[in-house]
Design a protein around this ligand. Structure first.
Ligand SMILES: C[S@@+](CC[C@H](N)C(=O)[O-])C[C@H]1O[C@@H](n2cnc3c(N)ncnc32)[C@H](O)[C@@H]1O
Length: 291
C-alpha cells in the first residue's frame, strides 16, 4: 500500500478496487473539517447537548477522528459515533497509516472505542444492511462513500429516503458530492438541499435537512423537478449492485437525449417549412444531461 502525504501533513492512500484516493490531496484532515465537521456545526451542537453521528464510509477514520477532536476540545456533551464500513481491509489500511492511534487499535481489537467525551461503534458491513437496523435520532450523517460513478449504490434516492428516517427533525446530512444527480436524489427523498461553502483549496459540497426544515443557503428545488436535473439514481430494493443502478440511470439519460434530438430535428423541419425564403430555425443545443 502506498502512503500518500496530503498538503496538510495528513496521510491518505488509494483504494485498489475503486482506484480512487480516500481523500483529496489538498489535505485529508482539512477536508474532514471543511466538508463535514464545520458545515455540520458539530461544536455548536455539542455545546447544546449530546450528539449522535452516523459516519457512512469509515474508511481511514479521518472524519470520525476529526469529530472526536471537536468533542475533546468542546468538552461539553457526549459524542456517540456509529461508523459503517463495508470493506474489511479499511481498518488495516488506517492502522498502517497511523500505527500509534489508540482509537484505531481499539476498533481493530473490539470494534469499539470510548473515552469521557466520545465513543465509536464500528459496523463492518454495507450501510444498506446496518442502516436499516440502527435506531434513528441521529443529529448528523457524514456521507462519504467513493464517487457516485464508482460507488453508485450509496447515492440513491432510496438510501437517502432511509437516511431521512434516521435523522432528527433538526438533523443534517453532509456530503462532498456536488452533482445534480445527487442533489436531485436528496430532493426526491424529502430533503431541503443546500450548499456547503467552499473552503479553498477545498471545493464546496452539499448539505441536506429533512423537510419541513429549511437548509441554510438552500438550492431552488424547481430546476430539479424536470429533466435533465431530476435524473437521480435508484435502488428500489436497497440490494442492487452499482452496475445495475448506473445502467438504469444511463438508459434514462439516453432516452432523454434522443427525445431532445428528435424534438430539435422536428423544430428544424418545422422552422424551415414555416420560413418562406428565410433561414431555417436551426437549433444547436448542447445537452447538459450529465454533469
Ligand atoms: C472516500 S472513503 C471514506 C473516507 C473516510 N470517511 C475517512 O474519513 O477516512 C469511502 C469509504 O466508503 C466505503 N464504502 C463503500 N461502499 C460502502 C457501503 N455500501 N457501505 C459502507 N461503506 C461503504 C469504502 O469501503 C470506503 O472505505
Amino acid at each position: 500500500m502506498e502512503k500518500i502525504l496530503t498538503a496538510d501533513g495528513s496521510y491518505t492512500c488509494r483504494h485498489p478496487g475503486y482506484m480512487e484516493n480516500y481523500h483529496a490531496k489538498e489535505g485529508a484532515r482539512a477536508e474532514a473539517f471543511a466538508k463535514f465537521v464545520r458545515p455540520g456545526r458539530l461544536a455548536d451542537r455539542l455545546r447544546a447537548g449530546p450528539v449522535r453521528l452516523l459516519d457512512v464510509g469509515f474508511g481511514l477514520g479521518v472524519n470520525a477522528r476529526a469529530a472526536i477532536e471537536v468533542a475533546r476540545e468542546t468538552g461539553a456533551h457526549f459524542l456517540h459515533i456509529d461508523s459503517v464500513e463495508a470493506d474489511h481491509q479499511a481498518l488495516t489500511r488506517a492502522r498502517t497509516l497511523n500505527p500509534d492511534c489508540p482509537v484505531l487499535s481499539s476498533l481493530e481489537n473490539t470494534g469499539q472505542w470510548r473515552e469521557p467525551f466520545a465513543e465509536i461503534h464500528l459496523y463492518n458491513t454495507d450501510i444498506r444492511e446496518v442502516g436499516l437496523t440502527l435506531p434513528g435520532d441521529f443529529d448528523l450523517i457524514f456521507h462519504d462513500p467513493f464517487s457516485p460513478m464508482k460507488n453508485t449504490e450509496c447515492w440513491t434516492v432510496e438510501l437517502f429516503a432511509h437516511f431521512k428516517t434516521l435523522l432528527r427533525a433538526d438533523g443534517m446530512l453532509l456530503t462532498y458530492a456536488e452533482a445534480d444527480a445527487i442533489r436531485a436524489g436528496l430532493f426526491q427523498a424529502g430533503f431541503s438541499v443546500g450548499l456547503t461553502p467552499p473552503a479553498p483549496p477545498h471545493r464546496g459540497g452539499t448539505l441536506a435537512v429533512p423537510l419541513p426544515a429549511q437548509a441554510p443557503d438552500p438550492l431552488d428545488p424547481e430546476p430539479f423537478t424536470h429533466p435533465p436535473k431530476n435524473i437521480a439514481y435508484h435502488d428500489f430494493t436497497l440490494k442492487e449492485d452499482g452496475k445495475t443502478i448506473r445502467a438504469r440511470r444511463e438508459a434514462q439519460v439516453r432516452t432523454l437525449a434522443s427525445a431532445e434530438e428528435e424534438g430539435s430535428a422536428n423544430r428544424r423541419i418545422g422552422g424551415a417549412k414555416g420560413e418562406i425564403g428565410g433561414k431555417a430555425n436551426a437549433e444547436h443545443r448542447t445537452s447538459n444531461i450529465e454533469r
